[in-house]
Design a protein around this ligand. Sequence first.
Ligand SMILES: C[S@@+](CC[C@H](N)C(=O)[O-])C[C@H]1O[C@@H](n2cnc3c(N)ncnc32)[C@H](O)[C@@H]1O
Length: 226
Amino acid sequence: MAGMGDSLTRQSEGEVMDSPAEAQAYARADFSQVNQLFVDRLLELAGNAPALAALDLGTGPADIPIRLARLRADWLITAIDASEAMLGLARQAVAAAALEGRICLLQRDAKKTSLPGGSFDVIFSNSILHHVANALELWREIRRLARPGALVFMRDLFRPPTAKRAADIVAAYASSETPLLQEEYYRSLLAAYTPEEIVQQLRQAKLPLEVKTVSDRHVDVFGRLA
Ligand SMILES: C[S@@+](CC[C@H](N)C(=O)[O-])C[C@H]1O[C@@H](n2cnc3c(N)ncnc32)[C@H](O)[C@@H]1O
């Protein structure tokens, strides 16, 4: 079987989660703990600067911007996703939280958003990188969208060294999820980039961001852009 050796070749996953079944399965899963940890780390990195314009790339069901908006009433959040199915779920969640005035949802490709350059103080994303086949395009778009001094914080899975290790991670962390979600998790691990590949992408994009492994399956990319 491909990938059972020492080093696992990246196996691309579909970029946009545009099937309604896939979007609903994702939205129904309980990511509350990991999403809150993401928000806590983002706020720790951001500090206390007021009234920031923030951008969430690949927002999915918008759980992260909702948590963020509740904690930072002064932030204006733009949240984009390329999937209409996901955005439908995000709109429902934002409306249920009565946050329509503070979270602006847009259907955009994160690699070419057409949003004005230099317009965001904070750019963040949880779990988009492994979806993107041409990561360099994504990093270049982030650089274009960032204001001077902007904070970038991206968190994603990293690709384990073997397919067996990927299967073990799914068994350890997703055994209570539906078969569809378990299958997606496994494919996401195989589609993820290694920390070394991310360092290489950042070098090519001329983005001076830090790459840090923060758990047995997650990698953070963060820093401020000059
Ligand atoms: C694994 S989900 C993560 C959702 C959300 N960030 C979270 O943590 O709950 C990845 C999301 O990124 C979106 N996505 C993937 N590629 C994209 C792209 N090029 N542009 C915009 N959205 C994209 C997918 O449609 C999906 O909603």
